[in-house]
Design a protein around this ligand. Structure first.
Ligand code: ZN
Length: 331
């Protein structure tokens, strides 16, 4: 993962700083809209900025949108210790947090919710629709069902569903609000346009965000940049085919605007990422369906993508999901 962090893509508008702590790394990036425009330099109210916080665990991204008056946070990390670092980055801005937007129901994007609820009691934790709220709750229950043999529980205990027997648990229906419309306007200016009409793919329901002020597209987990795609136990071949189809649809939709592209995992990039991901899906599908063993599939994918992150995590479990140890090709 360190190697992966060192070889990152650079963009003129983005400022890099590398922080390493106890073997895990996080990277902050910052971008400001219309830096050359005289209006935006004099008016803090219209200057929307985004800071990307890259978690060390699972290479998952969170985003801090701010405009000099308020902050909206998107996704809150897989581990509370990573969410704590995200909180520090937010505190450094000394602005009120109004909303914490969770894009979809996977633990690497929502584990920090109890910490954020406690740290920012005036901020609303929100999702784009009821389906996503239910996905989050269902995934928490699913993760909690993985036995207690591991040294570390798969679901952090504050996320266990609140009930009579667990009064300190998380009350998903009451702690997570639903946005009344598919846009989030920051207090002080700046708009995030939300899109959710996607087929079931990397998750049953997904939110992507476009910022016109930044001309930036935030793909959440439709986007993986030089990180192996998550195609583990909850991702079927049909989901993968849907994912491919939606990538091409999103590319078509935004190509004329040529936005900066922020994936859910991996570094900021540009519109070329869509074709790279489609190629990855095609290679993965071909290899997983023709391999006679998991080891063979893993070796072929590693040979094709030697510099991709999360091979021991995302790729390993994806192959376990799609390659059966039959000694014969899969199809
Ligand atoms: Zn993710």
């Amino acid at each position: 993962m360190i190697m992966f962090l060192v070889n990152r893509y650079h963009q003129v508008l983005f400022l890099f700083a590398l922080c390493s702590l106890l073997g895990s790394c996080s990277l902050w990036q910052e971008g400001a809209a219309d830096k050359q425009s005289p209006e935006s330099q004099t008016s803090t109210h219209n200057k929307l900025e985004v800071e990307m916080f890259m978690g060390g665990f699972a290479t998952v991204n969170s985003f801090i949108f701010s405009n000099g008056k308020s902050i909206v946070v998107m996704d809150v990390q897989r581990k509370t210790y990573e969410a704590e670092k995200l909180v520090e980055a937010i505190h450094a801005r000394q602005l009120p947090v109004t909303h914490i937007l969770i894009t979809h129901g996977h633990t690497d994007h929502f584990t920090g919710m109890p910490l954020f609820r406690k740290t920012f009691p005036n901020a609303k934790i929100v999702v784009a629709n009821e389906d996503i709220r239910q996905d989050i709750k269902a995934y928490a229950i699913y993760m909690d069902g993985f036995g207690a043999t591991a040294a570390e529980p798969p679901l952090e205990p504050p996320l266990r569903v609140k009930s009579e027997s667990n009064p300190d648990g998380f009350d998903y229906e009451n702690y997570i609000g639903i946005l009344p419309e598919n846009r989030l306007t920051l207090d002080g200016g700046g708009t995030l346009e939300l899109t959710t009409d996607y087929k079931e793919a990397e998750a049953p329901h997904m939110t992507t965000v476009y910022s016109p002020e930044l001309n930036a597209l935030f793909l959440s987990d439709f986007g993986y940049n030089k990180v192996h795609h998550w195609q583990g136990d909850d991702i079927s071949w049909e989901d993968i085919a849907n994912w491919r189809e939606e990538l091409l649809r999103i590319k078509n939709e935004y190509i004329s605007r040529n936005p900066a592209v922020y994936p859910g995992h991996g570094d900021v990039t540009d519109m070329r990422m869509f074709d790279e991901m489609v190629r990855y899906i095609d290679n993965y599908t071909r290899i997983a369906k023709s391999a006679t063993s998991r080891r063979e599939a893993m070796a072929q994918m590693m040979a094709l993508y030697p510099d991709y992150g999360e091979a021991d995590f995302f790729l390993k479990y994806s192959i376990e999901n799609h390659v059966k140890e039959t000694g014969a090709p899969q199809n």
